[in-house]
Design a protein around this ligand. Structure first.
Ligand SMILES: *Cc1c(COP(=O)(O)O)cnc(C)c1O
Length: 454
């Protein structure tokens, strides 16, 4: 097998590891995030051969490129086919501007793409090493349900998920709390950032080492690599040979965008990434001023999965452009800011503008977007307004829709006056019994709960 890629920590103070190790560790021992020390470029003929291929076919080629030497090719191919057994619609809005619907997986969120692949990869490496682990994850809604669903029923893995009590929709909650078996759910009296802080503290607590903790958050490199596949897929279905395209990405923790940046490093022809945040605008402000400052506490917006005041993956973006940012957001080595700005356009979208865009796209083009996708579309429109030459009939742009509109029925009803049809994945949830623990935002209590249970 070829030499595997090694992964370094963004804090540059931990040994390099293989993908298998980075996947099972989650966070590096120096609290940094793992990043590939090089990214193999996919050659032109392999790239052109992707055109018109199915999703699992495209995903396999990209996965093989990143995981060479780590896992047998036939095992990987089977794993990819098994993970991606649902459709990925590309819907034209106007000109060659599209919506890619990443909402047809088992929990109707784009996080299924990463979670299903990561669960299967972890299972593979754990079985190989005859090990067990406890996955500990903070969620603002969609990660939790995707992780719970992807890991449900696996033998070597227990899962604990913390969510902010008042920040997830009832439907998101039920997708987590109705499973049981190896899945435990905690409703925290706090915000998403508090959940994330407790998880981080547990990871750094030597007294919890015996649990074999690992993270399935977007800090895990095992989630980022699968998030590069759908960028290649969109290109393979829509682009002319060699054509560059634009992607618009509704962003919170910036894992989705990191997948896109990895895809570009692998040779995908991308002219611009447009990242749209909600009113948590620390990254667009950083783009504008060069000063990065976390927003504490994070602001509550209708695109709730994007209510992140200090996105962990921003350290990876900085690393990809040659800089160093620690876990607290301090930049100790400047990245190539000019290149960052050439590649990525950052914009913050208010709630008011998000709902205006939901209505506008629906009335004008009969396309239904929920608040996250609408923020992404608003970002694209903002880019076109600023650079009108970019909005040409012949150029190609894709906005990622990250959740199914039926997951946000109140917003859709209020602003579009329609009742979004439920995808099969979400049917029947309302009648199931829920099981969860309530905890206050206190590390000692959380730790006592963990050690009592496992
Ligand atoms: C998680 C999530 C996002 C944000 O993705 P990041 O990778 O954290 O930037 C956007 N929309 C939805 C629906 C999500 O669940």
């Amino acid at each position: 097998m070829p030499q595997p890629i090694l992964y370094y920590s963004t804090n540059r103070n931990a040994p390099k590891v293989t993908f298998g190790e980075a996947l099972l560790k989650g966070l590096a021992p120096d609290r940094g995030l793992y990043m590939p020390d090089h990214i193999p470029v996919i050659d032109q003929s392999t790239l052109s051969n992707l055109q018109g291929k199915s999703y699992p076919e495209v995903a396999f080629v990209i996965a093989r490129n990143m995981l060479q030497g780590e896992i047998a090719v036939d095992v990987l191919e089977k794993l990819v086919k098994d993970a991606y057994n649902f459709e990925v619609p590309l819907e034209r809005v106007y000109h060659r501007n599209y919506i890619m619907r990443l909402d047809r997986g088992p929990t109707a969120s784009f996080k299924d793409f990463a979670a299903r692949m990561m669960g299967r990869l972890m299972q593979h490496f754990l079985k190989q090493q005859n090990r067990k682990m406890l996955i500990l994850t903070a969620t603002s809604g969609d990660t939790g349900s995707a992780i719970a669903n992807a890991f449900y029923g696996l033998d070597n893995i227990n899962v604990v998920i913390l969510y902010p009590e008042n920040e997830v929709t009832p439907r998101q909650r039920k997708q987590m709390t109705t499973l049981r078996h190896n899945i435990s759910i905690i409703a925290l009296n706090g915000k998403f950032d508090d959940c994330q802080a407790l998880v981080k503290q547990a990871f750094n607590d030597p007294e919890l080492d015996y649990l074999g903790l690992s993270s399935a958050n977007s800090i895990n490199i095992g989630r980022l690599i699968p998030q590069s596949f759908y960028y290649f897929y969109a290109w393979s279905q829509l682009a002319k040979p060699g054509e560059e395209m634009i992607f618009a990405i509704p962003s919170g923790n910036f894992g989705n965008m990191m997948g896109g940046l990895l895809a570009r490093k692998m040779g995908l022809p991308v002219r611009k990434f447009i990242i749209a945040t909600n009113e948590n605008d620390e990254v667009p402000v950083y783009w504008k001023t060069g000063d990065y400052k976390a927003i504490v506490p994070s602001r509550s917006c209708i695109s709730s999965a994007m209510n992140v005041g200090h996105p962990s993956n921003i350290a990876r973006v900085v690393a990809l452009y040659g800089g160093i940012m620690d876990e607290n957001g301090n930049i100790t080595q400047q990245p190539d800011v000019e290149q960052m700005h050439r590649d990525i356009y950052a914009v913050s979208v208010t709630d008011k503008h998000t709902t205006e865009i939901m209505r506008d796209v629906y009335n004008r083009h009969q396309v239904t977007l929920e608040p996250h996708g609408a923020a992404g579309w608003a970002g694209l429109m903002n880019f076109f307004n600023r650079f009108p030459d970019e909005d040409k009939a012949e150029s190609l742009a894709v906005c990622l829709e990250t959740a199914h509109p039926a997951k946000f029925p109140d917003e859709i009803r209020t602003h579009l006056d329609v009742d979004p049809a439920l995808p099969p994945a979400l049917e029947g949830l309302d009648n199931r019994e829920e099981f969860f623990e309530k905890l206050d935002n206190n590390y000692a209590h959380f730790k006592a709960w963990l050690t009592g249970k496992f």
